[in-house]
Every structure is written in structure tokens, then in C-alpha cells.
Ligand binder design. Structure first.
Ligand code: FMN
Length: 167
């Protein structure tokens, strides 16, 4: 099964989170994950993906303008019915990364995607809306981020896997 991770990253921190989510997804066998910066999107792979994870740096308590531009210009990129999840990086607590997550979720809803985070029902670590990574990564956040990836993969399998397909 294919999962795409679409992100914007200027200085590499959002990309690093994308890589860790990818590791968590791939703990489930038979997953192919493609990390795509906004300027290197493989639309063929994206179309075949059952899930899409979006990541953005926080810019003024919102998604980056590059991310917004991509959504504005990708109106004909059909992601309907795919499972989606979100993450954001930022510099400081209270800097609006949660608002950036919600903006990403808005865009996923406009595209008709199925929004997923794992939620609090799955217990620790609680992931309410998505991953927020501020400044330096610590071991706890790396672990939580991998679990996030793992949960997305498990849910995608539950929704779309047929059991024997080599996906
Ligand atoms: C134009 C601009 C605006 C920013 N605004 C915020 C902000 O409102 N809140 C915050 O926590 N960090 C803010 N930051 C910091 C970035 O979100 C943070 O450094 C991010 O992790 C960078 O991601 P990247 O390394 O993937 O490019 C801003 C950075 C830039 C360049």
C-alpha cells in the first residue's frame, strides 16, 4: 500500500518529521512511502496512494504560503476518499502550530479526505490533531511521531487492505 507525505521545508525541520513518520509507517510491512517536497510531487504515486500526510512549517500561526499556494493550485488533484493526517513544525509554544494543523485539516476536508490522527481513544501517546514539533527533537517526540505514522498505516490497512494483496 502506498502512502504519500507532502511537505514544505525550507530549513529541513519539517522534512525531518516527515522522515520519522515514514519510518513509523514502514514498521508495518508492505508499505511504500514517498516523501515529496512541494517542488517534487510524484502525481502518479500520489494518485495510487491510499493515504496522504501533509506537513508544514508554521508561518505566522498558519501554514506556509508555499503550502497554501499548492492547495490553491492543486484543485484538480483528486484526493477524495484517501485517509489523511497532518503535522507542523514551529519555533515556540503558543506560536500557532495548532492553528496550522487545523488549516491543513480544512484543506483535507475540502478535498474530501478522511481525517485521521489516532485521537485520544488510542491512549498514550495522545495525538489529538496531529504532530507538532518545536525546535529540537527529543526522544519522546521521535517515539510519538513514529507511533503516529504507525497508527496511520494501521488504519489505512483496516480501511483499504484486502489481506493478501502485496501492496
Ligand atoms: C516567515 C516565517 C514565519 C514564521 N512564523 C512562525 C510562527 O508564527 N510560529 C512559530 O512557532 N514559528 C514560526 N516560524 C518558525 C518556523 O515555523 C520553524 O522554524 C519551522 O520549523 C521551519 O521549518 P523548516 O525547517 O521545515 O523550514 C516562522 C518562520 C518563518 C520563516
Amino acid at each position: 500500500m502506498k502512502i504519500s507525505i507532502i511537505y514544505h521545508s525550507k530549513t529541513g525541520r519539517t522534512k525531518r518529521i516527515a522522515e520519522i513518520i515514514s519510518e513509523g509507517i514502514k514498521e508495518n510491512k508492505d508499505f511504500q512511502v514517498k516523501l515529496m517536497n512541494l517542488d517534487e510531487i510524484d502525481y502518479g504515486f500520489l494518485t495510487e496512494s491510499k493515504g496522504v500526510v501533509f506537513g508544514t512549517p508554521t508561518y505566522y500561526a498558519n501554514i506556509s504560503w508555499q503550502m497554501k499556494k499548492w492547495f490553491d493550485e492543486s484543485w484538480n488533484c483528486n484526493l477524495e476518499g484517501k485517509i489523511g493526517a497532518v503535522f507542523a513544525t514551529g519555533d515556540y509554544l503558543g506560536g500557532g502550530s495548532d492553528a496550522a494543523l487545523l488549516t491543513l485539516i480544512n484543506h483535507m476536508m475540502v478535498k474530501g479526505m478522511l481525517v485521521y490522527s489516532g485521537g485520544s481513544a488510542l491512549g498514550q501517546p495522545y495525538i489529538h490533531m496531529g504532530i507538532v514539533a518545536l525546535k529540537d527533537l527529543d526522544a519522546d517526540l521521535i517515539k510519538k511521531t513514529k507511533i503516529f505514522g504507525n497508527r496511520i498505516a494501521s488504519k489505512a490497512l483496516e480501511l483499504f487492505g484486502d489481506g493478501d494483496e502485496v501492496l
